[in-house]
Write a protein that binds this ligand. Structure first.
Ligand code: FES
Ligand code: FE2
Length: 428
């Protein structure tokens, strides 16, 4: 349980709020590289700021305040030039630092101005491409390292990234990243009922453990069908700091759009069978997954992260943590909140919070524990892959999000050589 005041401290993300300042010490994925190749200007809302993301004709990225420094027109309707973005209203042009570099009519009247224009947009932030995604940093400079996780460099896999805009606060989503018991109920048992199966329950959780490490927390579990030798106990899963999740085969980030909206970003790696090696992916497709059924208006419940989303939004736009009753399964959630408060204090004291990487030399292929690592690195022959109790499912279906576009499905099939079957309802 948290007081309303403490709940606000963890959930409000605007500039100047405790969590807003903490989130401004980390990089956040905000769009797919491929999206900007198709449409070079994109409106973005991030940490309660209205911004515009662009890729100019020279291939450089910028993330600028949404409104023009002249008379406030919406720069997401601007157009790109060789260097920077031009406002569609009177043609003023801005570079990636937010500085006005051209005022066409003024420049005509004064062809030789004594000094360059000093006007700046209210905000301009660094953007970097990595792993098929564009990442933004809204905090004080110098920016920390953009984490280079080892999985980003795995070869022989088909990678896709999926965006879902979820109408609730980011912390509801992130608390799901350190909540092992929900897997048994929300994914295993609920999916059984949704499929019409009423003959018993999935294996129960027997033991949990949570430990802090440099890049977040690791949670471990033993269930009725596993033992202390199982990788879910010996290796576990990573609640990636401060707003990510690494499950060994995919990442999720819970990017705060504003206090009541979260952009969930999933990065998935599907290993190709050994017979398809070497596979080199030319470009990483990204797509937007629906979360609501267009016909019924109800939340979609057929895929793993869609099911998670139903829980997050069910807690309200901003969960009222003064009314919750934490149980034995919530030990990790208490640890996560304590660490966030410690991080808020660190930022207020002018120190780096947990998870910020400053050393370029140690930011190369950074290792994270993964129960899938051996399989992803070595792979399996197709026949064995198709018999595997866990991996066969990933080869056949895209289980994480509803609505995989056909073009992505085809690209996945071309990579793996295996037909993707649309998933009606999760079967775990
Ligand atoms: S409002 Fe942008 S150039 Fe005039
Ligand atoms: Fe889940």
């Amino acid at each position: 349980m948290l007081s309303p005041e403490k709940n606000r401290a963890l959930t409000q993300v605007g500039a100047g709020t405790p969590m807003g300042e903490l989130m401004r010490r980390h990089w956040h994925p905000i769009a797919g590289i491929d999206a900007l190749e198709k449409e070079p200007v994109k409106p973005v809302r991030l940490l309660s700021e209205d911004l515009v993301l662009y890729r100019d004709k020279s291939g450089s990225y910028g993330l600028l305040h949404r409104h023009c420094a002249h008379r406030g027109a919406d720069l997401s309707y601007g157009f790109v030039e060789a260097h920077g973005l031009r406002c569609h209203y009177h043609g003023w042009q801005f570079n990636a630092a937010g500085r006005c570099i051209e005022q066409p009519f003024e420049d005509t009247l004064n062809p030789e101005p004594r000094q360059p224009c000093k006007l700046h947009l209210q905000a301009a932030y660094p953007v970097r491409p990595k792993a098929g995604l564009l990442w933004a940093y809204l905090g004080p400079l110098p920016a920390p390292e953009l984490p280079d996780w080892e999985a980003f460099g795995w070869s022989n896999g088909f990678v896709q990234a999926v965006f879902s805009e979820v109408p609730c606060n980011w912390l509801q989503a992130q608390e799901n990243s350190i909540d092992p018991v929900h897997f048994e109920w929300m994914h295993a048992n609920w999916s059984r009922r949704l499929r019409g199966f009423d003959g018993g329950y999935a294996a129960r959780h027997l033991q949990l453990d949570f430990e802090a490490f440099e890049h977040g927390f690791i949670y471990k579990r033993i269930s009725e069908d596993t033992s202390a030798q199982h990788p879910l106990w010996t290796i576990g899963r990573v609640c990636l700091w401060p707003n990510g999740f690494f499950l060994g085969d995919h990442f999720e980030w819970r990017v705060p759009v504003d206090d009541e909206t979260t952009l969930n970003v999933t990065w998935s790696f599907i290993r190709v069978p050994q017979e398809r090696e070497p596979f080199v992916q030319a470009s990483i497709p990204t797509w937007v997954s629906p979360i609501r059924d267009a016909q019924t208006g109800r939340w979609i419940t057929s895929h793993v992260i869609n099911q998670d989303i139903v829980a997050w939004v069910g807690q309200g736009r901003v969960a009222d943590r003064s009314r919750e009753n934490l149980g034995a399964s919530d030990r990790g959630i208490a640890m996560l909140r304590r660490q966030l408060f410690d991080d808020i204090d660190a930022v207020a004291a002018g120190r780096d919070p947990k998870g910020v990487l400053r050393e370029p030399a140690s930011n190369s292929r950074v290792f994270l524990p993964s129960d899938s690592r051996d399989f992803f690195i070595k792979g399996l022959p197709l026949a064995e892959y198709q018999r595997h109790p866990k991996w066969a499912r990933l080869l056949r279906h895209f289980i994480f999000h509803a609505g995989q576009p056909e073009a992505v499905q085809r690209a996945q099939e071309a990579a793996t050589g295996v037909a993707v079957q649309p998933l009606e309802m999760l079967d775990l």
